[in-house]
Design a protein around this ligand. Structure first.
Ligand code: MN
Length: 726
């Protein structure tokens, strides 16, 4: 059985070695006080309880923490387990120590009961957020380390649940705080309980190969050492087998058996200066074969947890790969003890307001594997001051902006919960909606199916954007029908002002374009937004006015873009009345079909389109013959020309000719002499030396058109001229 004296001596040795500035008088008093308080308690193995605080204080001293932390470690279980109070500890050992002890106590009370990755991450953050002083976390990690070391006396169930916590919470925290040594021990110890067989298999294997491994490591070390002394670099080299859990994890990840996994060895070279680091690296790359892709320069780009080293993996003559880490002594201290090492060097930082630990908090963000640039960027965000972490009744951790209330919590769970909320309990007591939540609070939302939904003043109480936008959404949605009706009426008023039929909005090709410009998913959404005042009708109209006008002027969507360009350019030239009268209709939108391009004088009919008014065709146009279709018969209407031939209409002729040089020139000349504006001419070769071209131009009426057709026919080589009929 372990004795008080053994542990007490051992703790003092650690203090003398690693924390020589410690106030031994305070430590002595703390030991006596804790021993007195824990007098009636025993460890599971029957030894006196005081052994545990002594051992924790020893680890705290080993990582180089200060007197307050060592005293805090000695007293860390006093508030939880004995009659000691915050006030008493504060009176006897000072407020800082009391706060450390209270902080550790709070963490001890948090239940960790999940393995879901996101949740675990939140738990780690909550853990940090709950500790205003980083020493609280350091003591807690040392506490856990000693508990892991003495886990064999616990029940199997407790071994497993505690080891899971260690794996999920404590080892990652130790890693982020840069405490490699403690992290390794925590992981190996936890693995021993989580997968006893896997652990044993691995340890046995390593034992069996112990002599081989030693010989191999000795050989490599000697070679590197000799090279270093040959080139005059002083330093030390050590070799080790990587820690069990890291080998175990690689086996699992890479699905390899132990015999296949060679990545077992790591060597560490510690030198005086940074330039020596790079020199040694060069020599090692010269001596051994480099494994590509494994070189990492954490000296120029330190890891977020302050770790600095050069890493490389090489293969020796034996064909066994091994990793070499090269760093300076100071880097090594940091690598072993992380934040605590920093502590050592920065002794005398005044503690109290906790501000000086902020950089450490930031360090703890879930950053460790991201690159340095991202990390530096993230330093600007002080995440732990901005967040509060609370529990749902089922133990789920929810992270919210600092200052959040039950309303924020409810909407973070689900908007349905928020909308049905009729009350809240915080730590099992009914609480007002405006009560701010604290880290570790357990929040329960009371809901009812008959809840009337959020009230407008919730918008002023809630803190998170999420809650605010969900509440706003509710108001939008609840009144949606009303909003749509109001918005539609007001938008259609705008349409009337520019003489556009609302039917135009239904056009299948036009509508997506309009919605895109308006940034709405549907017309109803736009109406609703206008209805509740998210956007004004005038502003919405402003975004699409030009498109609406253009569409209403333009013909049905054409089959060929070229024609579209023509008809658009022609339409734009034309203003005022259309030149056509539709029987029984006084004013309506008129457009001329592009298929048969009617001109004044042609025998024409009108077809009532959906959304574009009446389209005008020549009566002999093939499309007009569909008038016989009984389904469409009702939509054909009689129309007549009312134009006095003063304005031009676009039309198209098709010309078939024997191809010859200068043919097109002659055609163009024939049109020019008539002062005709030619819009477009397209030709194609036909077999047998013939060609066919279509020419589009503007005429004032049928007579002029016939005249032109005659002139074209008289051109040498022209075989046929006829009206266009697409
Ligand atoms: Mn403890």
């Amino acid at each position: 059985m372990e004795t008080f004296e053994q542990h007490y001596e051992s703790m003092l040795r650690a203090i003398r070695t690693y924390a020589p500035n410690t106030d031994l008088e305070a430590v002595e008093r703390a030991v006596r006080y804790a021993d007195e308080k824990h007098r009636d308690q025993k460890r599971k193995d029957g030894s006196p309880y005081i052994i545990h605080p002594l051992a924790v204080a020893e680890i705290v001293a080993e990582i180089g923490l200060d007197t307050d932390a060592i005293v805090g470690a000695l007293l860390h279980d006093c508030i939880e387990d004995t009659s000691a109070s915050f006030d008493e500890i504060s009176r006897l050992f000072g407020r800082t120590v009391a706060e450390l002890v209270e902080g550790v106590t709070k963490l001890t009370r948090v239940e960790f009961s999940t393995r879901e990755e996101q949740q675990v991450e939140n738990l780690r953050k909550m853990f940090m957020a709950m500790s205003k002083d980083i020493r609280v976390v350091l003591i807690k990690i040392c506490d856990r380390l000693h508990n892991q070391r003495t886990m064999e006396y616990q029940s199997r169930a407790k071994q497993v649940s505690k080891s899971m916590e260690t794996m999920d919470i404590y080892a990652p925290l130790a890693h982020r705080l840069g405490m490699q040594k403690i992290k390794w021990e925590l992981e190996d110890s936890a693995l021993q309980y989580l997968d006893p067989e896997g652990y044993k298999e691995l340890v046995d294997y390593l034992d069996e190969h112990h002599d081989e491994a030693e010989a191999f490591m000795e050989n490599i070390q000697t070679r590197i050492r000799e090279r270093m002394s040959a080139v005059g670099i002083s330093g030390t080299i050590t070799g080790r087998i990587k820690h069990v859990y890291s080998i175990y994890r690689k086996m699992k990840e890479q699905h390899k058996t132990l015999d296949e996994l060679y990545d077992l060895y790591a060597f560490r070279v510690i030198v005086e200066t940074i330039s020596d680091c790079y020199n040694v690296l060069g020599h090692i790359h010269e001596m051994f074969k480099l494994v590509p892709g494994r070189f990492k320069d954490y000296i120029s780009t330190p890891k977020p947890n302050m770790y600095q080293s050069l890493h490389t993996t090489v293969i020796g003559d034996e064909g066994i790969p091994f990793e070499v880490q090269i760093r300076t002594r100071e880097m090594h201290e940091t690598a072993e003890y992380g934040v605590a090492a920093h502590w050592k060097y920065k002794e005398g930082i005044d503690s109290g307001d906790g501000k000086e630990f902020e950089w450490i908090r930031r360090l703890l963000e879930d950053q460790q594997e991201t690159d340095a640039e991202d990390y530096i960027h993230s330093l600007k965000v002080d995440m732990f001051d901005d967040e509060v972490f609370v529990f749902s009744p089922r133990g789920k951790v929810i992270s919210l902006p600092a200052g959040s209330t039950a309303i924020d919590f409810a909407y973070a769970i689900h908007s349905g919960v928020g909308n049905a909320m009729i009350g809240a309990k915080i730590n099992n007591r009914i609480a007002g909606y405006d009560v701010q939540l604290h880290n570790g609070d357990i929040v329960e939302i009371l809901t009812s199916k008959s809840a009337k939904g959020p009230s407008r003043d919730w918008l002023n109480i809630c803190k998170s954007n999420q809650a605010r936008s969900k509440i706003k959404q509710w108001f939008k949605k609840e009144k949606r029908e009303e909003n749509i009706a109001r918005g539609k009426a007001s938008f259609e008023g705008e349409l009337r002002r520019i003489n556009i039929s609302p039917a135009l909005l239904q056009n299948e090709e036009l509508q997506p374009l309009l919605l895109k410009k308006l940034s709405f998913d549907s017309l109803d959404d736009m109406y609703a937004a206008i209805g509740y005042g998210g956007i004004t009708a005038v502003k919405a109209m402003g975004k699409i006015r030009e498109d609406l006008l253009k569409a209403s002027r333009s013909a049905e969507a054409p089959k060929e873009t070229k024609v579209l360009e023509i008809s658009q350019s022609i339409q734009q030239d034309r203003h005022g009345n259309s030149g056509v009268k539709v029987e029984d209709i006084d004013t309506c939108m008129i457009k001329f079909s592009r298929c048969c391009t009617p001109v004044p004088g042609d025998d024409i009919v009108g077809f009532i389109t959906k959304g574009y008014g009446v389209s005008i065709h020549r009566r002999d146009c093939p499309n007009a013959r569909s008038a016989n279709n009984p389904d469409l018969a009702a939509r054909w209407v009689n129309v007549s020309w009312i134009t006095g031939g003063e304005k031009p209409f676009p039309t198209t002729l098709e010309v078939l000719a024997e191809d010859r040089d200068g043919l097109l020139l002659d055609v163009a000349a024939a049109l020019t002499t008539q002062q005709i504006r030619m819009k477009e001419i397209n030709g194609k070769d036909l077999p047998g030396g013939r060609c066919q071209f279509t020419v589009t131009f503007e005429v004032k009426g049928l007579e002029q058109l016939k005249n032109i057709m005659g002139r074209l026919r008289s051109i040498s080589g022209v075989v046929e001229v006829k009206r266009g009929q697409n």
